[in-house]
Design a protein around this ligand. Structure first.
Ligand SMILES: [Zn+2]
Ligand SMILES: [Zn+2]
Length: 186
C-alpha cells in the first residue's frame, strides 16, 4: 500500500513510522530537521491523541518518535470501548447466558456477577480474570449501574443494568442490591 519515493510531508511520514527501521530513519531525519519541525511533530502527535514527553526537546529523534507512538497507543487502549457481545456460562451460578443482542452482555442476568476480563469495556485486555462481585446499584441519569468489586484484585468496575435485552437482569437480584446499599452491613 506504500507509494515509492519520498513522501511529500516528512512530518506525517515520521508520525507514521512503526517498524524499527522506519523509526530509525525518521528519527535521523528529525535530528537534522531543527526545533521547528520537532515542535510540529509533537503538536501533531498530541492533536492525534498522544502525550508529549516532558523532555521532548532533548530526546534524540528516534526516542522521541517512539515515546509519542507508545503514548498514542496507550491513549487509544484507554479510551476505545469495544461492543463485544458473547454468550458465556456464569462462573458463579453456572447459568448459560446468551448474547445480549441490543447491548453487549457483560454480566449474568440471574446473579449479576461478571468477570474482570476488560481494561476498557470489551477489550479483554485484563489479565486478572477474577470474579466481579456486585456490591451496589448506582442510579444514574441514563439508567442504573451495577457497581462491582473484583474478588481477586479489589478493583471497582461498573456495568449498566440490562433491562431491555432478553432475558433481562433479574429484578429481584437488582432490588436486593438496592436494599443492601441502603442497609450496608457493618
Ligand atoms: Zn450467574
Ligand atoms: Zn480483578
Amino acid at each position: 500500500m506504500r507509494t515509492p519515493g519520498k513522501p511529500l510531508d516528512p512530518i506525517a511520514a515520521a508520525l507514521a513510522a512503526r517498524s524499527r527501521g522506519e523509526l530509525k530513519s525518521a528519527g535521523a531525519w528529525l535530528d537534522g530537521a531543527g526545533l521547528g519541525a520537532r515542535r510540529e511533530v509533537v503538536e501533531r502527535a498530541v492533536a492525534g491523541g498522544s502525550e508529549a514527553p516532558d523532555e521532548w526537546e532533548e530526546l534524540d529523534g528516534r526516542r522521541l518518535l517512539r515515546a509519542l507512538l507508545a503514548r498514542g497507543e496507550a491513549a487509544q487502549v484507554r479510551t476505545t470501548p469495544i461492543a463485544r457481545d458473547e454468550a458465556f456460562r456464569c462462573l458463579k451460578c453456572e447459568h448459560d447466558v446468551p448474547v445480549g443482542g441490543r447491548r453487549p452482555r457483560d454480566h449474568c442476568p440471574v446473579c449479576l456477577h461478571s468477570l474482570h476480563v476488560d481494561v476498557v469495556p470489551g477489550d479483554r485486555a485484563a489479565t486478572c480474570w477474577g470474579l466481579l462481585v456486585p456490591v451496589a446499584i448506582d442510579p444514574e441519569r441514563k439508567g442504573m449501574m451495577i457497581r462491582y468489586r473484583c474478588a481477586r484484585c479489589g478493583e471497582e468496575r461498573r456495568n449498566r443494568v440490562l433491562d431491555d435485552v432478553s432475558p433481562p437482569d433479574s429484578r429481584a437480584a437488582v432490588l436486593a442490591l438496592v436494599r443492601a446499599r441502603s442497609h450496608p452491613p457493618e
